[in-house]
Design a binder for this molecule. Structure first.
Ligand code: NAG
Ligand code: NAG
Length: 428
């Protein structure tokens, strides 16, 4: 009996020693207290919305034990420096809305995206000792130096834009810092790699639509990072070629290590860098076990393997960390929730990463890219907004907005002109 328990203790000790790089956890925490860990994808707003009929009523509860992977006590324990809170609403099939094959039937997505932004704004307002809004790298440092978790906004999927560049421009004003070109469905702008299984092709070449190409230019102009997570390889390739600013993957893995469509193939990674024909960028490695290896069994080592594989191609100055907490139904061993971030940092240290390389992976690399995106936007400040519209819209010009018959509100000359336009519209 005694022997067995000694053996068990030994077994536990060894597996523990082989597991989390415990010798490096203190060092990891020290670095994280000096330099912010920026997680580019946390779905907490979605959890708040899913759990409560009146979502704003849930926000005060974040200071205690909250369902899911994330709450303030666990983020503090995990030394999280900053997060991109996700503005997202599920794709059409999930919520039972059908925009049609031409993406032209209105859905609730614009309302829902605005409500998600409202949740984020209220999270920050209700927890001023813990959260501070940030958009630029300087603002991230301001928040971090004030002891707050920098709170940035990422928008996941262009299906929430109502097919409209006008909507995008307004979301830009509300502080959206990155836009993922798709979620698991195609949009009027871009082709998605789907939910894990391929989906029918809708755009020529399975990449960007003409409006999608216009979107890239508009994102460059307004300084929103182009996020290629969730997209097809063709979308990635076209966006990298078109974008005047660096690109990002806010939560993805390496396809060479685990063949999942959500991961970035080596051929695409080779397009990222500062060599001839390359674009700068950063790939933030995800924790979602489904994308990383055979599960169950995915642990901190698998996440580090993906980071190191990506770094092997693009360099250690182009990698980072993105949990996908609150957006996944599985977690890796050792990274079960937001209190566990130091474990992945310790793992990199145990593999010989220098302090500076680790600071880069924590957030320095991403902030360099954010600065470059801002420089491009500044350079383009005299460029006019794109006037492009989704070509399949039939509501423009707004021929019904003046009412009809007795209820015509248009001034007489406008009405006369519009009536002449009916013909032109019919010819479209
Ligand atoms: C992760 O799992 C692998 C086996 O797939 C094992 O070799 C490795 O030691 C584990 N790493 C940690 C940190 O537990
Ligand atoms: C959370 O904050 C409220 C006040 O807003 C306080 O009453 C409550 O005790 C706090 N909960 C925890 C777990 O700290």
């Amino acid at each position: 009996m005694r022997l067995i328990s000694i053996l068990q203790t030994l077994a536990l000790t060894t597996s523990f020693a082989r597991g989390i790089a415990t010798d490096f956890v203190d060092k990891a925490i020290k670095l994280m207290e000096e330099s912010p860990l920026l997680d580019t994808h946390i779905d907490l707003p979605q959890i708040i919305r899913s759990l409560h009929r009146k979502p704003l009523d849930a926000i005060p509860l974040l200071n205690g034990s909250f369902p899911g992977h994330v709450d303030i006590p666990r983020m503090r324990e995990g030394r999280l420096g900053g997060a991109f809170w996700t503005v997202w609403a599920p794709c059409y099939d999930v919520v039972g809305e059908d925009p049609g094959l031409d993406f032209n039937t209105p859905t609730s997505h614009v309302r829902d995206a605005l409500e998600m932004l409202d949740i984020i704004q209220n999270m920050i307002a209700r927890h001023p000792d813990d959260f501070q809004y940030a958009r630029s790298s300087a603002e991230v440092w301001d928040a971090f130096n004030a002891g707050k978790i920098a709170s940035l906004i990422g928008m996941e999927g262009t299906h929430v834009l109502g097919n409209s560049l006008g909507a995008l421009r307004i979301f830009a004003q509300l502080g959206v810092r990155y836009l993922t070109l798709t979620h698991t469905c195609h949009s009027a702008f871009a082709s998605s790699c789907g939910p894990g299984t391929p989906i029918d092709v809708v755009h020529e070449g399975d990449g960007l639509s003409e409006l999608g190409k216009e979107l890239i230019k508009e994102l460059n102009r307004v300084g929103i990072m182009v996020d290629l997570a969730h997209t097809t390889v063709a979308t990635m390739r076209q966006a990298i070629e078109l974008s005047e600013a660096p690109v990002v993957w806010t939560h993805a893995g390496a396809r060479a290590l685990w063949d999942h469509p959500r991961n970035v193939p080596d051929e695409i990674l080779r397009m990222i860098g500062d060599g001839p024909g390359q674009k700068d960028g950063v790939i933030q490695s995800i924790f979602f076990p489904t994308f990383l290896g055979p599960h169950p069994g995915v642990n901190v080592s698998h996440v580090a393997n993906h980071i190191e594989h990506i770094a092997g191609i693009v360099g250690k100055s182009r990698v980072g960390i993105a949990s996908d907490y609150d957006g996944m139904n599985l977690v890796p061993e050792g990274l079960e929730d937001a209190s566990k971030y130091p474990n992945i940092v310790a793992e990199l240290l145990s593999r010989g990463w220098t302090d500076d390389e680790v600071r880069g992976a924590l957030g320095g690399n991403l902030m360099r890219i954010m600065d470059k995106v801002d420089e491009v936007s500044e350079k383009l400040k005299d460029r006019l907004p794109s006037s492009a519209i989704w070509e399949k819209r039939t509501d423009l010009p707004s021929l019904k907005w003046g009412g009809g018959g007795q209820h015509t509100y248009w001034p007489v000359d406008v009405k006369a002109n519009v009536e002449k336009m009916y013909l032109r519209h019919d010819e479209l």
